[in-house]
Design a protein. Structure first.
Length: 116
C-alpha cells in the first residue's frame, strides 16, 4: 500500500480578508462564527466530511478559483438557488440540468452547489 491515502483532508480557499470571509461563509452555510482565526490568516469551517480552510495568506488575484474545484451538496437545488439569490450571492450560472449551479464568493472564487 502506498503511504498516501485516497482521502481529501481539506480544501484551501484563498480569501482577501479572513474576518469578512469567515462571516460570509458562515452566513451562507448557517454556521456559527465561534471558531478562532489561526495564525492571523486561517479559518477552518466546521464542515461535515472534508474540511474547508479559508486562508488569507495565499490570496492573490492569480490564485482565485476560476472554475469550481469542488461542490457543496444540497437536497433541493431549486431551494438552494433561491436561497443564494435571496442572500444576494453573485450567481455564475442558472440551474443546469436540474442538478447544479455555480456562484462566486466575495473574492471571486467560483464555487458549485450540486444536488446529491
Amino acid at each position: 500500500m502506498p503511504p498516501i491515502l485516497n482521502q481529501i483532508g481539506t480544501v484551501f480557499i484563498p480569501v482577501r480578508d479572513i474576518e469578512k470571509a469567515r462571516s460570509w461563509y458562515c452566513d451562507i452555510l448557517g454556521l456559527p462564527e465561534d471558531g478562532d482565526i489561526l495564525h492571523g490568516h486561517l479559518y477552518v469551517l466546521p464542515m461535515v466530511g472534508t474540511s474547508i480552510v479559508l486562508d488569507s495568506k495565499i490570496f492573490s488575484e492569480d490564485v482565485v478559483f476560476k472554475k469550481p474545484l469542488f461542490h457543496l451538496n444540497t437536497n433541493d437545488i431549486k431551494e438552494a438557488y433561491q436561497y443564494m439569490k435571496n442572500k444576494q450571492v453573485e450567481l455564475a450560472s442558472s440551474i443546469e440540468h436540474d442538478h447544479w449551479f455555480n456562484f462566486k464568493d466575495p473574492d471571486g472564487n467560483h464555487l458549485m452547489v450540486c444536488k446529491c
